[in-house]
Unconditional design. Structure first.
Length: 719
């Protein structure tokens, strides 16, 4: 070992730390060997040689840049990056670079007290031998949230907010005069007024809303929304603006539109739906079928830049929690004025198709229309007409049954052609609950798609695709006008190859090279082949992980999952803001307007994509909460289940009977020491080689149901 000037022995680890400190404190300086030796007080020849050797390694690791034979500087290009800070309750924080590279570990001491989702600037640390790559937060560029939700802990002279999931380093300190009447144990929303700094590690806040007693259904649902920064109240001034909208339709307005009031038209929705934003009409015209896809004309009532529009932009989507809908638009608009209710004249924006008996589109046009729905159907009613049960075969033929069967026959042709064209088959089941008057779940079940839901789906897909093609599909050499598209990129090639390697073990084959269509057809064949087999859910889960997320963008790359070159969202403007944007742009372009500002619409697309993700997270949390609540009185009971997820900290199991999911923690697998095989989605015992694999059947006992953490813990049941 070399000696430092002070006489202390200098090892490599200590020297790395000294060099890091020197370069990070002087990020724009270039240091010669002489300056480095002087700054670090290295006087002996071995110490100097060790420094030269160490700097050479740091340059090889891209931490330093060699500017000459005897000079170095900090490699700012790779060493200083901007991105998002991801905080974990277990201290395993990470930094996600903006360029989409791999997350980099950030220890708590190097986090600068950054919060989850904050935009930060980091400096990369030189990699220590046998250690993972680490980053250090050097600046917090902006905080993602300025409010938090949690439980109040009120003491004599002060109070704290204990946050959900311990997302903050410390509890939030609240001065007594900033409690807004909040009491000990109540849930509250708190605005942060002071962030941690070098001088004070405290986070200080003030109560902006007291939600109420923990455990109350409304309080818990509002807490989930507030946790994601989603609104749980509708602003009074926006509702007042909606009240002033005149619902009546003038003769002049009807004269400007195509009139479908005398054509058979119906809505088909879930039985508890209130906002009917799409309707179908059908009539025979010569040898062809005229099918109208009629969409509520929201943009006729909600003008761009209005008070209602600004609130809709902010929300970007309706949020569907288990027991309630938090609408994008005020109730007066979404449930009354715009909703396509039966026997009421309504304004629509429609795509009208001329289809032959094979559902080939012979012609189409897009027009503003007026309709009068003859009938409001629930999916269950339509399914009974399409696939009658034994008891109903002798019953009287329902009204409009023939029209519905014709629509179903045409939809099946469209669906068949879509899958032949390379659309990916992923019929994922959704967990639903029956809820009583107090919001308590009484039954958990999966909703599967059927003929009735697929009928609606196919015509909505056809309308969305046609609208996108009407703007995006232009002659060669012509630039298409700006439009928000719904885009879906091709699967991650690495994950696809991992899927191929994985399914080979079960005796299945799969293509990972070739055209988009060839790969998706191979994927569909795999889904068909594993239907009903023990490994079905396992293969579906792994295949889903290879898929990219769909998003909104003005840069069209097509929709891989649907195998469409052009696709947009046009059919749900009551609950999605991108559809409203598309309606407005279509109207402008039909009136001869020039292309809209792409930058402005791309920004709106990014916002809508972000809000969609946040809404989905809130929806998942409400399902988790209801799941734990539903299982709360079943602690100690045993069930047949299957392994639905595997992590290094435990195995997730889904109960076969009711589809509720919980976790068996790794600490409870005490018959062996288990290693996590991430590539093969399993845990393997070191001594006995017992394997827990995704999809395996398992017998579990409900151990704990923690509502506060929205966590369901299982234990392995004794055989």
């Amino acid at each position: 070992m070399s000696k430092h000037k002070s006489g202390k022995r200098l090892n490599k680890k200590r020297l790395v730390e000294m060099l890091q400190t020197l370069f990070q404190q002087n990020p724009n300086e270039t240091f010669s060997f002489k300056q480095i030796f002087k700054n670090l007080k290295l006087s002996t020849h071995p110490a100097k040689m060790l420094a030269v050797e160490t700097m050479d390694e740091m340059a090889w690791d891209d931490y330093l840049t060699k500017t000459s034979d005897n000079a170095y500087r900090l490699n700012l290009k790779n060493q200083v990056q901007e991105g998002t800070f991801i905080r974990k309750a277990n201290g395993k924080n990470s930094f996600q670079p903006d360029d989409g590279g791999k997350p980099i570990f950030v220890s708590e001491r190097n986090s600068l007290f950054a919060m989850n989702g904050d935009r930060v600037r980091v400096a990369m640390m030189a990699r220590r031998e046998h250690h993972i790559k680490e980053a250090m937060v050097v600046e917090i560029l902006s905080h993602k949230v300025d409010q938090a939700v949690g439980k109040l802990k009120v003491e004599k002279d002060y109070a704290f907010l204990i946050t959900e999931g311990n997302i903050f380093v410390h509890d939030i300190f609240i001065p007594k005069k900033k409690l807004k009447g909040g009491k000990d144990g109540e849930k509250a929303v708190v605005r942060i007024t002071q962030w941690p700094s070098k001088d004070s590690k405290n986070i200080v806040g003030e109560v902006v809303d007291v939600l109420g007693k923990e455990g109350d259904n409304n309080v818990e649902m509002h807490a989930i929304l507030a946790q994601y920064g989603l609104p749980y109240k509708y602003p009074k001034h926006v509702e007042e603006a909606a009240e002033k909208i005149e619902p009546g339709i003038t003769p002049a307005e009807i004269a400007r539109r195509e009139d479908f009031r005398e054509v058979f038209t119906c809505t088909i929705d879930p039985k508890d739906a209130k906002d009917f934003d799409d309707a179908l009409s059908i009539r025979k015209t010569g040898k062809l079928w005229e099918v109208g896809v009629h969409i509520a004309d929201v943009s006729h009532y909600v003008k761009e830049g209005s008070v209602i529009d600004k609130e809709a932009v902010k929300r970007a989507t309706s949020v569907y929690l288990v027991d309630r809908t938090i609408p994008m638009l005020p109730e007066r608009l979404c449930n009354f004025i715009c909703s396509l209710r039966p026997d009421e004249e309504k304004l629509c924006y429609s795509v009208i198709f001329a289809l032959d008996d094979e559902a080939n589109v012979k012609d189409y046009h897009i027009a503003h229309t007026v309709i009068k729905s003859n009938r409001r159907y629930a999916y269950e009613e339509v399914q009974e007409i399409l696939v009658p049960s034994k008891r109903s075969k002798t019953a009287q033929e329902p009204d409009y049954a023939e029209e519905l069967r014709t629509l179903d026959r045409l939809a099946k042709k469209l669906r068949e052609r879509r899958f032949k064209g390379g659309a990916v088959k992923f019929d994922r089941e959704e967990l639903h609950f029956d809820i009583d008057a107090d919001g308590k779940p009484t039954r958990a079940y999966f909703k599967k798609s059927n003929d009735a839901t697929q009928l609606i789906e196919e015509f909505m897909l056809l309308a969305n695709r046609t609208v996108a093609e009407s703007i995006g599909k232009v002659k060669k050499g012509t630039k298409a006008k700006t439009l928000p598209y719904r885009v879906h990129d091709q699967p991650d090639p690495t994950k696809l190859e991992m899927l191929r390697e994985f399914v080979v073990k079960f005796g299945y084959k799969m293509k990972t090279a070739g055209t988009k269509g060839a790969i998706s057809r191979s994927l569909n064949a795999l889904m068909d082949d594993c239907q009903g087999k023990k490994e079905q859910k396992l293969i579906e889960t792994v295949a889903l992980r290879a898929m990219m997320k769909a998003k909104y963008s003005t840069h069209n790359i097509g929709h891989y999952g649907l195998a469409f070159d052009y696709y947009t969202h046009f059919t749900s403007p009551i609950r999605r803001y991108p559809d409203t944007m598309v309606h407005r742009l279509l109207t402008k372009y039909q009136d001869g307007a020039r292309s809209a500002n792409q930058e402005k619409y791309e920004e709106l697309c990014e916002h809508c994509s972000d809000m969609e993700q946040i809404a989905q997270q809130a929806e998942r949390d409400s399902i988790k909460y209801k799941m734990v609540e539903f299982m709360g009185d079943k602690v100690g009971e045993t069930y047949d289940a299957h392994i639905s997820g595997i992590q290094s900290y435990g195995i997730y199991c889904e109960i076969d009977e009711n589809h509720c999911e919980g976790m068996v923690p790794m600490r409870d697998l005490d018959d062996d020491y288990y290693d996590f095989d991430e590539r093969n989605y399993c845990l393997v015992g070191r001594r006995h080689h017992h394997k827990y694999q995704l999809g395996d059947p398992i017998r579990i006992k409900v151990a704990r149901a923690n509502l506060e953490k929205r966590q369901l813990d299982f234990a392995l049941a004794e055989d």
